[in-house]
Design a binder for this molecule. Structure first.
Ligand code: SF4
Ligand SMILES: [Mg+2]
Length: 419
């Protein structure tokens, strides 16, 4: 295992004040640290719902699953990974556990080497407090819900399906210890923790403990782990190793956000920028965001360039924001700080923002080339990355001719501006 580093990113907790998920996150990170796991030793798969908001909090590898499918995804990861020194864990709520029960039972039955943490607040919190399959009848009585169908006991079910270890805890007092036991038990383990949901569930721990099932721990003697998938192959093609060809002055973790509208070439520019970083000897990540209706509305690309490893790929506040349209500005304005350097199209109103350079990028680059002309402008002016690296990345692109033309136009513009 690597040297112990911070398991949590330090990103503020996204939950309502008093939500029980926050202490759960802290307990989970404590257990990992106490066991000597470094962020890169851990693969965390999260589900949908409030419990699934944990991704930005963890500095580990993270995968965000579909509702109820996190256990199935983790099952695939643990099978393909086949490395007992790594920890594969799932964080999901009682809603996700209800929807994905079959994935949980299948993982337990096959003794997949992973730990599933069910944060049970007896309701679907994110969608407004509907009861789940794990809601107890005591809770339903309190809410005057007449349905008296008994809840699933996910701890017992996992045990019956063959889980090596399954436990329920109703207080955070011994949660860290129980998680540590789960994490160190080879094979499948599940821990259910009772969690407060202030607006829709229990507002106080005393209410919650009155409604939840008893604490319990079950074990099955499972010596065998599932056979590894041997017919897997690495996603990294060693024939395509990138050899740095350019210099860069970027140090650790420089975050750039490109914000515009659908059809404005934002995603392509984000990829080009990441490639430019790679051929400049940097690590790079790129995350695209746009509405489901991809032909309309905002389009945002977040790129992180860094000399060191990039663990957490989220970008909370960018160092540089390139903003081309009002759609893009509306989408990202909450991420801007007084320290963010902003390069914006001159048609935008950025009153109240410091540190802004305006230029008519739309006129210089056209609708699709505006973002690329702005990137060129930044590279020439800031010199953090050699503009020849951008030329190199653009030269390998399918639209290389038009990209190189846009670059040339921007270079001419800067020259004319200087004279
Ligand atoms: S709605 Fe409930 S579960 Fe969701 S964050 Fe708020 S308190 Fe937590
Ligand atoms: Mg819930």
């Amino acid at each position: 295992m690597e040297q112990s580093q911070a398991i949590l990113t330090g990103t503020p907790m996204p939950f309502c004040p008093g939500c029980g998920h926050a202490p759960s996150v802290i307990s989970i990170s404590k257990a990992l640290i106490e066991l000597g796991y470094a962020p890169n030793d851990v693969v965390m798969v999260s589900d949908i719902g409030c419990a699934g908001l944990v991704d930005p909090l963890f500095n580990t590898h993270t995968i965000h699953g579909l509702h109820g499918r996190a256990a199935g995804i983790a099952f695939g990861v643990t099978h393909g990974l086949n490395d007992p020194s790594k920890k594969v864990m799932v964080i999901l709520g009682d809603g996700g556990a209800t929807i994905g029960l079959q994935h949980i039972l299948e993982s337990a039955r096959r003794n997949a080497n992973m730990t599933l943490l069910v944060l049970n607040n007896l309701i679907y919190g994110m969608t407004g407090g509907q009861v789940s399959g794990l809601s107890t009848n005591e809770f339903k009585d309190d809410r005057h819900i007449t349905d008296q169908t008994p809840p699933f006991d996910v701890v017992r079910l996992a045990h019956e399906a063959g889980a090596a270890y399954s436990a329920r805890v109703t207080s955070h007092k011994n949660f860290v210890e129980i998680i540590r036991t789960a994490f160190t038990t080879p094979g499948f383990s599940l821990v259910e923790i009772s969690s407060l949901c202030q607006p829709y569930g229990a507002a106080k721990m005393s209410e919650l403990t009155a409604w939840t099932e008893e604490e319990e721990v079950y074990t099955n003697k499972r010596s065998e782990l599932p056979p590894p998938l041997i017919e897997t192959h690495s996603l990294i093609n060693d024939k395509d190793v990138i050899v740095p060809q350019f210099e860069s002055r970027i140090g650790n973790r420089y975050g750039i956000i490109l914000a515009g509208s659908a059809g404005g070439g934002i995603q392509a520019a984000g990829k080009l920028l990441a490639n430019t970083g790679l051929i400049s000897g940097l690590e790079a990540t790129m995350k695209g965001e746009y509405p489901i209706t991809i032909g309309t509305g905002f389009s945002v690309a977040e790129v992180i360039l860094s000399r060191d490893s990039i663990n957490y790929t989220g970008l909370v506040h960018p160092d540089l924001a390139i903003i081309l349209t009002i759609d893009g500005l509306e989408k990202i304005k909450d991420k801007l700080t007084p320290d963010t350097k902003i390069i914006a199209d001159s048609k935008l109103n950025l009153e109240g923002y410091n540190n802004v350079v305006f230029l008519e990028f739309g006129k210089i680059g056209g609708k699709k080339g505006a973002v690329f002309s702005a990137l060129t402008y930044w590279m020439i002016k800031e010199k953090l990355i050699d503009k020849e690296a951008l030329k190199g990345a653009a030269g390998n692109h399918k639209y290389s001719e038009s990209l190189l033309n846009t670059m040339a136009k921007m270079e001419e513009h800067i020259l004319a501006e200087a004279n």
